[in-house]
Design a protein around this ligand. Structure first.
Ligand code: SAM
Length: 535
């Protein structure tokens, strides 16, 4: 290659590297593009046969520039383009170390674990070429193997993190789709359904946020909480719009979500389009998504992170995080939920909060369901719907009972909690309310039950006139799945009895562990769960 030509290429390459190291990704990518154009122009004019040495040097320069642009592009989250660059480089030189590693990293971040593993393995087989990069390559290889295993088996272990009180490093999680399918729902529009029987505590789904925005609202500092929330919402919308414009697959997947209009008429997408591993097999249509549609979709599907992620992030109670998780967006709300969501970093895990039968719809609570019907109606209205779950249907019918309405008024009016429990239990006996429906009403009056069992004195005072705490815990958990407050009553009961329940204590302990798994998932080993529950 002519020296001047070589020098120019070298100069561009050094500048691009310098900008990359200064984290000026866009500028670095721009210089790489110049380099790529230059190499391509020289290559098309060059004659391989007459100067094979120059030709292969130019090819090498082109591959390196492509790999460098891919690196910068992946930092800018332009993953489609970055992948194309890697593929172009690998088409020229199938064993290009940098292109292989860069492609592996991109595929990994896209959740395409097995394809990523292939790239890292190929790169590892070229190790001498890696020039001392073997160590960091091994880190990537191990990470990739672990994630590939999780996404294939659904085996996640959060024990260390839980034992550390949800502090410290957030565990790395793969995306995972368990035995579920999207179908028409009796609740509303489409929903996610179990295709197999699922035990309480099983991870059903793990999905990473398309975009997330976090901050502290309220508390000290300038600007009102409401203002900060507005700014965060605006940033969040921009993030989502950025993802939509950069990635055709994301754009298509987001377009399948409900924007709240004509939910019954919405198409039922094939679940496989959400499987990152299979994304290569799908030709995602290049559709337009205007801002109004995006806003409608975000309004209906965005979720606010829960307390655990707040702890993870080391934030205080004013912490607020809003995000969009694609497949989880097909999960409807129920006041008698069978699933819970657990936020771990940017991932949302959906966990069975009780045993689920094959064919049953999965549903989690969008808001606190241990509340009476009137309160829940208000919360559903704030979400923009009238809840049509089985529990609401049943309680709607029960609203004809004046005595039940009076009991709700008595609870709100501050009547003694034990008295409210007694009245409700008596009423249920007369109205012949049984089974799950008993659990529904007890869940609605949970404040009274929780209050009564929380104090040894009041529990004693009401004695046998009200049911045993363990029986109430069972029925509420059956109706509304595991819940921290419900579990707390059982754990308190256990610690009060100090194991004095004899053989019964073991049964209750197992029950507490099962409820614990329904909250935190089987993902946690028994010992860590015991520590968490302080059993
Ligand atoms: C995140 S989406 C759930 C999936 C949605 N059904 C679909 O077809 O895409 C939330 C929307 O589903 C509907 N929805 C969810 N749970 C509901 C419930 N319990 N009762 C009535 N509508 C519900 C509401 O329209 C809500 O705004």
């Amino acid at each position: 290659m002519a020296t001047a030509e070589e020098e120019l290429l070298q100069e561009l390459r050094s500048k691009a590297t310098e900008l990359f190291l200064r984290e000026q990704w866009a500028e670095s990518s721009g210089l790489c593009s110049q380099l790529i154009d230059l190499c391509r122009a020289h290559l098309s004019a060059a004659d391989r046969a007459s100067d094979p040495d120059r030709f292969s040097k130019l090819q090498r320069s082109l591959c390196l520039a492509l790999a460098n642009r891919a690196d910068a592009g992946s930092k800018l989250r332009s993953l489609d383009e970055a992948l194309r660059d890697c593929d172009e480089a690998l088409a020229i030189e199938s064993s290009h170390f940098r292109a292989l590693v860069c492609k592996g990293k991109i595929l990994l971040s896209l959740g395409r674990y097995s394809a990523a593993l292939e790239c890292f393995k190929s790169a590892a087989s070229l190790e001498p070429q890696g020039n001392g990069n073997a160590e960091s390559l091994n880190v990537w290889l191990d990470k990739c193997k672990k994630l590939e295993y999780q996404s294939r088996t659904g085996n996640f272990d959060l024990s260390d993190w839980v034992s550390a009180g949800f502090r410290g490093e957030i565990p790395e999680l793969a995306e995972y789709i368990g035995p579920v399918e999207i179908k028409k729902s009796e609740i509303s529009g489409r929903g996610l359904f179990a295709t197999k029987n699922i035990d309480a505590g099983t991870v059903v789904l793990v999905t990473r946020a398309i975009a997330i925005e976090r901050g502290i609202v309220g508390g000290e500092g300038s600007g009102s909480g409401e203002n900060k929330q507005l700014v965060m919402w605006k940033n969040f919308i921009e993030r989502v719009a950025g993802c939509v414009s950069r990635c055709r697959r994301t754009r298509h997947l987001i377009s399948t979500l409900s924007s709240g209009e004509d939910e019954e008429g919405l198409e039922i997408p094939d679940l496989s389009i959400f499987r990152a591993e299979a994304s290569e097999k799908h030709d995602y249509p290049d559709e337009k998504l205007d801002m109004n549609k995006i806003l409608g979709i975000l309004d209906v599907n965005s979720l606010v992170e829960n307390a655990i992620s707040a702890k993870v992030m080391g934030r205080n109670k004013d912490y607020y995080g809003v995000g969009l998780w694609l497949l989880a967006s097909f999960i409807n709300h129920s006041c008698g939920p069978n699933a819970r969501r657990l936020h771990v970093g940017n991932h949302l895990m959906v966990i069975a909060s009780r045993d689920i039968r094959a064919g049953e719809e999965l549903a989690f609570a969008y808001f606190d369901v241990l509340q009476p019907p009137t309160k829940r109606r208000e919360m559903a209205a704030a979400w923009g719907f009238d809840c049509s779950c089985k529990r609401c249907e049943f309680e709607e019918k029960m609203q004809s009972k004046q005595e039940l309405r009076d009991t709700e008024t008595a609870l709100e009016g501050g009547m003694d909690a034990g008295g409210v429990v007694y009245r409700l239990e008596e009423g249920m006996r007369r109205w012949n309310v049984r089974g799950k429906e008993k659990g529904y009403l007890r869940a609605s009056f949970w404040a009274a039950y929780g209050g009564t069992y929380a104090s040894e004195k009041s529990a004693k005072r009401w004695g046998r006139r009200i049911p045993a705490a363990e029986a109430v815990v069972d029925s509420v958990a059956e109706a509304a799945g595991s819940e921290e407050r419900v579990l707390k009553v059982l754990v308190e009961q256990l610690s009060r009895s100090g194991g004095g329940l004899g053989g019964g204590a073991m049964v209750e302990m197992e029950k507490a562990l099962k409820l614990g798994r329904g909250i935190h998932g089987k993902v946690i080993k028994k010992q860590a769960l015991r520590a968490l529950l302080e059993l």
